[in-house]
Design a protein around this ligand. Structure first.
Ligand SMILES: C[S@@+](CC[C@H](N)C(=O)[O-])C[C@H]1O[C@@H](n2cnc3c(N)ncnc32)[C@H](O)[C@@H]1O
Length: 268
């Protein structure tokens, strides 16, 4: 079985280095600090899908480096709170907010969203989470918490790249899970949880092909920068991450693991 592999401490701790920036640009085309399977098209479509306006108060769950939340705040003019369990991510996010003079409208706090969300009822107009809910034990409870802190008619968007689409071996599950806790779910599971939490499902979109392409570009971008990355991450982490990305690429391109994007709304 593969040993646990660090992805997020390296990604957020090394965020500002030129090598990590080059890898993000080569992987996604535009550097929005991503550590997920989100495409640029998806990143640009999220504000409209969530019907964001300058008056919106938005929560990003699993904000990682914070860069994408800052982009939305700068483009839309809204207020955003980002939460993530990763200390290096939150440190990076708060320093980016300061450097961009956005601290009055954007804030980041370290928070384990497997526990109750530290916000009052109906605090947010919109909530999103890119490739985060798969990491959370107790997804039904988190969806109930999201429902609680959203305003009536507020929208939720989240993605899940761990929908089982075909046969997966125990070694593949172990490699795919080497970066941390994951829940693998059958098709229809999230749709069911969304409705059980009280939301109306507006859309469920299959984005598996894009996830496969991103994983392969990410693996290749890192491979081309192998030596400097090994000196920053160490050989074990470098090779563990390459195996993880190759596994995502294979399972997604063969549609044995699927990625879906869900858009839902809290009723009036
Ligand atoms: C796949 S990354 C996505 C980051 C960002 N949303 C993006 O699109 O680049 C998943 C994020 O979820 C965060 N995360 C994992 N478990 C968490 C938890 N229990 N509470 C809050 N954040 C968590 C990780 O630290 C990581 O930043």
């Amino acid at each position: 079985m593969p040993a646990p592999v660090d992805l997020y401490d390296s990604a957020y701790g090394n965020y500002a280095t030129d090598i990590y920036r080059q890898v993000r640009v080569a992987t996604y085309g535009e550097d929005l600090g991503q550590t997920s399977w989100v495409t640029n098209e998806e990143s640009h479509a999220i504000p409209q899908a969530l019907e964001l306006t300058p008056d919106s108060r938005v929560l990003e769950i699993g904000c990682g480096s914070g860069r994408y939340a800052l982009q939305i705040a700068a483009i839309i003019g809204c207020t955003i709170v980002g939460v993530d369990i990763n200390e290096a991510g939150i440190r990076n996010a708060n320093s980016l907010a300061c450097a961009r003079n956005l601290s009055s409208r954007v804030s980041f706090q370290q928070c384990d969203v497997a526990k109750a969300l530290p916000f009052p009822n109906t605090d947010f107009d919109a909530i999103f989470a890119n490739d985060v809910l798969c990491h959370i034990p107790g997804r039904p409870a988190l969806l109930r918490e999201i429902f609680r802190v959203l305003k009536p008619r507020g929208r939720l968007l989240f993605s899940d790249a761990l929908i089982i689409g075909g046969a997966v071996t125990h070694q593949e599950i172990a490699t795919r899970s080497s970066i941390g806790y994951y829940t693998f779910a059958p098709p229809g599971h999230n749709e069911c949880l969304i409705e059980k939490a009280g939301f109306c499902l507006l859309e469920a979109m299959d984005t598996t092909a894009s996830a496969a392409a991103i994983a392969e570009r990410w693996r290749e971008a890192r491979n081309q920068r192998r030596e400097p990355l090994i000196s920053m991450e160490g050989l074990t982490t470098f090779e563990g991450l390459q195996q993880f990305l190759a596994c995502v690429s294979t399972l997604s391109s063969e549609r044995r693991l699927l990625r879906y994007l869900y858009l839902a709304q809290k009723p009036d």
